[in-house]
Design a protein around this ligand. Structure first.
Ligand SMILES: [Zn+2]
Length: 262
C-alpha cells in the first residue's frame, strides 16, 4: 500500500488528524463544539483528536490482527482515561471526533467509518463505493440542544469521544486486496468537491492520484473562495484532510490513469 497524505486548516487552526504507515491510514475530524456552552472538559477539541488518533495508530501498529472496531473501542477508552478524571465525560457536549480508517491486512483491505469522515474505494473494474455514515446528518432541522441528546444513542448518531460503545456502531467492511485498485480516507472538508461542487467520487479519486492530495485541497479552497459566503450552511472553509492509498489489485499500485468514467 502506497499512501500520500495532505491536511490543511480551515478558517482557524487544524482540528483534523492524519497518520499513515505501511499498512494503514487514519483520519479524524474534531467536532465543532456547541457554541457558548460548557462541555465539561478542560481540554481542547484538538487535544482529544490527537489523543484518539495517536492511540488508534498505536493499536494499528501493535495489534495487526485486531478487528478495527476493537482498536477504536480501545482508543476511545484510552483517550477517556487521558482526561485524567478532571472532566465530566457524562456531559452530552463532551468533545468528540469522526474517524475513517483503511488497513491492508492478510491479503484484505479493511475499512472503518464513524461519523462524517469517509472512505472511498475503487475496485479494479472502476466501480467506486463511498462509505459515508449518513446518520450524523439525519437531523438537519434539530437544534444544538436536541442534537446533543441524539449523540451516541440508539436511533441517533455515533462519534468517538466519551463512549467506547460507539466503536461497535461504526460502519465497517473488508474486501480482498486484489480487487481494490485505490482508496482514500478523508474528512468531510476534503470531500466538498463531491458534496458541493458536483464532482463524482471517481473524479475525486482520480484527481487525488493524478495531481496529488495537496492539489485537490487547493482546488477545494479555490472552489470555496469563489462561492459567496452563506451559499452553504456551515463553515466557509473547513479543515480538510485526505490519505490516498494505492493498492493496485492483482499487480500492485498502478500508474495514474489518463482517463476514466466520471
Ligand atoms: Zn477533558
Amino acid at each position: 500500500m502506497e499512501t500520500t497524505c495532505a491536511t490543511r486548516p480551515g478558517d482557524t487552526f487544524n482540528e483534523d488528524f492524519v497518520t499513515a504507515g505501511g499498512h494503514f491510514a487514519v483520519v479524524l475530524d474534531g467536532a465543532t463544539p456547541e457554541p457558548g456552552e460548557d462541555n465539561g472538559c478542560v481540554h481542547s477539541v484538538r487535544w482529544l483528536v490527537q489523543r484518539l488518533g495517536s492511540r488508534l495508530t498505536a493499536g494499528l501498529i501493535e495489534h495487526e490482527d485486531a478487528p478495527l472496531p476493537e482498536l477504536l473501542r480501545t482508543a476511545i477508552a484510552a483517550a477517556m482515561e487521558a482526561h485524567g478524571g478532571q472532566c465530566d465525560l457524562g456531559n452530552p457536549r463532551s468533545p468528540s471526533a469522526t474517524v475513517a480508517v483503511l488497513r491492508a491486512h492478510d491479503g484484505r483491505v479493511d475499512h472503518l467509518v464513524l461519523g462524517d469522515s469517509a472512505v472511498v474505494v475503487q475496485t479494479g473494474d472502476q466501480t467506486v463505493e463511498a462509505v459515508v455514515d449518513e446518520r450524523i446528518h439525519g437531523f438537519p432541522e434539530r437544534s444544538w440542544a436536541e442534537l446533543r441528546h441524539l449523540r451516541n444513542r440508539a436511533g441517533g448518531f455515533w462519534v468517538a469521544g466519551n463512549s467506547p460503545e460507539a466503536a461497535a456502531h461504526a460502519l465497517t467492511g473488508s474486501r480482498p486486496a486484489k480487487e481494490i485498485r485505490r482508496a482514500c480516507a478523508l474528512t468531510d472538508g476534503a470531500y466538498r468537491l463531491v458534496e458541493r461542487y458536483d464532482w463524482s467520487w471517481y473524479e475525486l479519486l482520480d484527481g487525488l492520484e493524478r495531481d496529488g492530495p495537496e492539489a485537490v485541497l487547493t482546488l477545494t479552497r479555490a472552489a470555496e473562495s469563489a462561492t459567496p459566503a452563506g451559499t452553504f450552511p456551515g463553515k466557509h472553509h473547513d479543515d480538510a484532510t485526505v490519505a490516498l492509498c494505492l493498492i493496485g489489485g492483482e499487480d500492485g499500485p498502478h500508474p495514474a490513469s489518463a482517463a476514466g468514467p466520471g
